[in-house]
Design a protein around this ligand. Structure first.
Ligand SMILES: [Fe+2]
Ligand SMILES: [Fe+2]
Length: 274
């Protein structure tokens, strides 16, 4: 781990400054949100005006942390939790902005607006406090001077870009899952059967069935391959070496490894290529 105990550089200085500015904006917001007792258009307009300042500040600040600072520190300390908090804060902000978009909310709408606004303010303050007290000092200790300078330059670049074009809200790839099922019960009908279960840019998964007594002759794939035996027994051969295949055997191959497979009993294999 890199340490910089004698470092004079303070990588989080600009972020701390932004925290103080954000706290001032949040104090302003708190005053108008708590003082809101009817939907007078001017009062709502006042809240919208403060949110117009908070939104771009938040986007650029979160981008500096998530795209520049956290990736630099992540080899030493995972920063996943802070990103999850950013996500929740952005969601809260968007809910608050949606409620603010209503032209003249009724009493129930106003109460909801105040509740979401109060939660947004307190969660933002908690997050800032956690970064000030724990995350930023950790970053100062973990990064070398060179790493700090790269982060400082990266954040300056991002802020300069934001001057020209506001930083967009951070968008993350959709998180999903897919359950795949192979048939391990039916007896093998052909000498060799192959079905593609998944084919994406990063990963290809094939289900291979080799009938008892049959084999796949020597061949190779251009990608890195992982062969997992799901059921059956047989042998895997490569580089003049033989490896027994049984349920649970996992063979990890480099690209272009010439190999062959023989099945003693019906063999169900998963082949992962990436
Ligand atoms: Fe943050
Ligand atoms: Fe922050």
């Amino acid at each position: 781990m890199t340490t910089s105990t004698t470092s004079q550089l303070e990588v989080c200085e600009s972020l701390l400054r932004e925290h103080r500015q954000m706290e001032a904006l949040l104090a302003e917001l708190e005053q108008v949100v708590t003082g809101l007792n009817n939907s007078v258009p001017e009062e709502l307009e006042g809240i919208r005006a403060i949110m117009t300042k908070i939104e771009p500040e938040m986007n650029t600040h979160f981008a500096c942390e998530e795209q520049v600072l956290f990736p630099a520190v992540s080899p030493y300390h995972p920063m996943v939790l802070m990103e999850a908090e950013h996500e929740e804060l952005i969601e809260l902000r968007q809910d608050f902005l949606m409620l603010l978009g209503q032209p003249s909310p009724d009493a129930e709408g106003l109460a909801k607006l105040q509740a979401i606004g109060a939660r947004f303010i307190s969660d933002m303050l908690d997050h800032i406090g956690r970064e000030d007290a724990g995350i930023f000092p950790t970053c100062e200790r973990a990064l070398s001077d060179n790493e700090k300078q790269a982060v400082i330059d990266g954040m300056a670049h991002l802020r300069a870009q934001a001057e020209k074009l506001p930083t967009p809200m951070i968008s993350r790839p959709e998180r999903s899952f897919e359950a795949l099922q192979v048939d391990l019960i039916s007896p093998a009908q052909r000498a060799v059967f192959s079905e593609r279960l998944l084919d994406t840019n990063d990963l290809e998964i094939k289900h291979l069935v080799i009938q008892a007594g049959q084999s796949i002759p020597a061949h190779w794939a251009p990608k890195q391959g992982t062969l997992i035996c799901l059921s059956g027994t047989g042998h895997f051969n490569a580089n003049a070496l033989e490896c027994e295949l049984k349920p649970g055997t996992t063979v990890v191959m480099t690209p272009r490894l010439l190999h062959s497979i023989q099945a003693e009993t019906d063999c169900h294999l998963l082949m992962l290529l990436r």
